[in-house]
Design a protein around this ligand. Structure first.
Ligand code: SAH
Length: 381
């Protein structure tokens, strides 16, 4: 999802933009580049289809339709924490799928539908709005599942389902910072429209977590860099750089405080509005150190399994393509072991661009060596 946005990486190549080439361009940006294209509110704009001549896609097609390109699906499929978790959930819990009607919301290549079909589902409806739906149809056929899986090309919000109700809704909707891209709304829409009363949503729990890190070196490289660029003062860009949460992997050694649960969402019950919230946090230092940033990450779980299953995208777990989300602080906080950095985090969809997320962080510490109280605004886009 535009989770799948390219971002800097501080791993092997020393903070270079290793993944910039795989950058997921977003169709909402059309206005900004002054392109006159009718843009649909779907991660894969139908506009792209009209521009495809024969089978040839132009770069403009992909600009507006990142999920139509196989690269993004390759990245997701190769994220083994993600894909194996879904596979294990499905194959180890046949009882959830055997003879059931399944709806795969945002099917992509159809991988989850194939797992479900193999686990004995009676029928799987795989909905996908990008051009990848055509590939999914072919993949389903090649693998001999045409009788069990029906791929429907279109937006979940617009298509007609051949059945009134489904027993299972499965989806991999999570974005960076869990909520970026706002695909959760699509899952909730499908749930309210088609899920049978005793039906299940997979996954059914998602939680957002927060911790604090020492990150002097990388903050210097990403933020202070603008102070002196080949001898010129470009510090006006610093403000913007500070406001943009950085999607990147954080080393567990950088963690200074405890990790705190911010918010749990029950996908089977919640409403769309529950994805906007203000929650308090209290981060207690586990050693004397400096804090440069707060780091958010999410966990998802499948509580309807025989045994609880799920995965974490936290810095102490095996890394995933979601990495973590780093929010740099204006202040360098000098914190002593046992002291608390406390505050609130507000998360809301941007009013103009509901796929963007506004985050407000209020934090304060009244410590031995640091007294700070501040409010910072961030925007994920
Ligand atoms: N299920 C696949 C793909 C997950 S990515 C896998 O696990 O590998 C999410 C997919 O949902 C993308 O392919 C995107 O195009 C699709 N999608 C997002 N919003 C959608 C909507 N409203 N209707 C239909 N498909 C949607």
């Amino acid at each position: 999802m535009d989770r799948r946005k390219g971002s800097g990486s501080r791993d092997a190549n020393g903070g270079g933009l290793a993944e910039a080439t795989a950058s997921r361009l977003r169709f909402e940006d059309a206005d900004e580049v002054g392109m006159e294209v009718e843009v649909e509110d779907c991660p894969a704009a139908a506009a792209a289809e009209e521009e495809v001549i024969g089978n040839e896609k132009t770069s403009a097609d992909y600009y507006f339709d990142s999920y139509s390109h196989f690269g993004i699906h390759e990245e997701m499929l190769k994220d083994v924490v993600r894909t194996r978790s879904y596979q294990n959930v499905i194959t180890q819990n046949n009882f959830l799928f055997k003879d059931k009607i399944v709806l795969d919301v945002g099917a992509g290549t159809g991988i989850l539908s194939l797992f479900c079909a193999k686990a004995g589902a009676k029928h799987v409806y795989a909905i996908e709005c990008s051009q990848m739906a055509d590939m999914a149809k072919e993949i389903v056929k090649t693998n001999g599942f045409s009788e069990v899986i029906t791929v429907i090309k279109g937006k979940v919000e617009e298509i007609e389902l051949p059945v009134p109700k489904v027993d299972v809704i499965i989806s991999e909707w999570m974005g960076y910072f869990l909520l970026f891209e706002n695909m959760l709304d699509t899952v909730l829409f499908a749930r309210d429209k088609w899920l049978a009363d005793d039906g299940v949503v997979l996954p059914d729990k998602a939680s957002l977590h927060l911790t604090a890190i020492e990150d002097a070196e990388y903050k210097e490289d990403k933020i202070e860099f603008w102070n002196n660029v080949y001898g010129f003062d470009m510090s006006c860009i610093k403000k913007q750089a500070m406001m943009e949460p950085l999607v990147d992997t954080v080393d567990a050694n950088q963690i200074v405080t405890n990790c705190q649960l911010l918010k749990t969402m029950d996908i089977s019950k919640m409403s769309s509005g529950d994805a906007s919230f203000t929650v308090p946090f209290k981060l207690v230092a586990e050693r004397n150190d400096f804090i440069h940033a707060l780091v958010a990450y999410f966990n998802v779980s499948f509580t309807k399994c025989h045994k609880l299953m799920g995965f974490s995208t936290g810095p102490r777990s095996k890394s995933t393509h979601w990495k973590q989300t780093v929010l740099y602080l204006e202040d360098v906080v000098t914190i002593c072991e046992g002291e608390t950095l406390s505050g609130t985090m507000t998360v809301a969809n941007n009013k103009k661009n509901p796929r963007d997320i506004d985050i407000t962080l209020k934090y304060s510490i009244n410590g031995q060596r640091s007294k700070v109280s501040r409010t910072q605004h961030y925007k994920m886009r």
